[in-house]
Design a protein around this ligand. Sequence first.
Ligand SMILES: Nc1ncnc2c1ncn2[C@@H]1O[C@H](COP(=O)(O)OP(=O)(O)OP(=O)(O)O)[C@@H](O)[C@H]1O
Ligand SMILES: [Mg+2]
Length: 381
Amino acid sequence: MTQRPIVGIVGAGQLARMTQQAAIPLGVDLCVLAESPEDSAAQVIPGVFLGDYRSLDDLRRFAKNADVITFDHELPDPEHLAALAHEGRLLRPSPLSKRFAQDKSHQRRMLALRGFAVPPFADVTEVGQVEAFADANGWPVVLKAPRGGYDGRGVHVVADAAQAHEALALSDGPLLVEAKVPLARELAVLVARRPAGRAVAWPVTETVQVDGILRELVVPAPIGPARRDEALRLGARIAEAIELAGVMAVELFDTGDRLLINELACRPHNSGHWTIDASATSQFSNHLRAVLDWPLGDTTPLAAAIVTVNVLGRADGSDPADGLTAALSDPAVAVHLYGKEARPGRKLGHVTALGDDADEVRERARAAAAALGEPLDEEMP
Ligand SMILES: Nc1ncnc2c1ncn2[C@@H]1O[C@H](COP(=O)(O)OP(=O)(O)OP(=O)(O)O)[C@@H](O)[C@H]1O
Ligand SMILES: [Mg+2]
């Protein structure tokens, strides 16, 4: 690899944008495969290659420019990634581990085969199969598109056969059906791993979702040491099992009795955004170090209590930048805006507060986020 390496990122969303912030001090050059010059990362990274991640030709032309290729999202065709690897391009994570994170159905099967605990699941194409699954596991059930979902899009909680029929009619392929798991809380484990195996993890994070969309992160998660260690062990075992190179987030369901794996993302993840301002090393920095096979940075948190709140677009479509000076009036809150066009419910940024007292920190973060976007429901836990 050259002295001044070039890391190519397929996709130019906010994850690639925040990676630029980590690339600068490391002297790493980034280039992004963007769909438009307006993409979140294309606004801040000089190396913009306009193209379509669905096209193998575009991927090939893009990959020529980089020493190592990594990803902003889960959408590239696994066959295309395998072709690039076959042609000698260095992909981190590898096409095999990427495939784990791209297809929820494949992921469930592979994890279950390796003895990891996942919710009861089945692949379905007809309503009769959903009914049979519900006979065994009870209504409601959760129907999911195996690929392409994000922020709860493609996830439907269905209460009966009629609703299942509707969801199936709208889908253009088989769906994954799952038992609706009773949730005490949701957790995420974030791991960075070098290709030869050295790995680090950040403290376990509580993720609070509303209507399937991540709203708030609480670090450390308010769980006991046994549950925390179990979550960290799961993260480490999965990183090994998929031979991870880079950063991975494991989303976990805590049922109160035990942990079940919800899903993996083989890339920096929203659950790790707090690490930018409140960890010795951010997930973006460690992702770059890991994909370049460089020594990983310290993951110690910088405060006893850390809360990140996502900024979601307001119903009236107003720009979060309109509220920027109000949000900045609290000097202890870090504000991140992604430069994306404002749309109702869209993730447009996040804010992080850190300090000694979890309640106070949460209040500050929520107030700043409310100055920028849709306020959190008063009834949030
Ligand atoms: N089997 C289930 N039982 C209970 N709740 C579920 C189940 N599956 C999903 N959920 C809820 O819906 C949320 C979104 O589901 P999932 O993580 O599968 O979707 P996604 O759109 O891929 O999410 P992301 O925003 O992480 O990309 C979960 O975080 C959880 O709150
Ligand atoms: Mg998820």
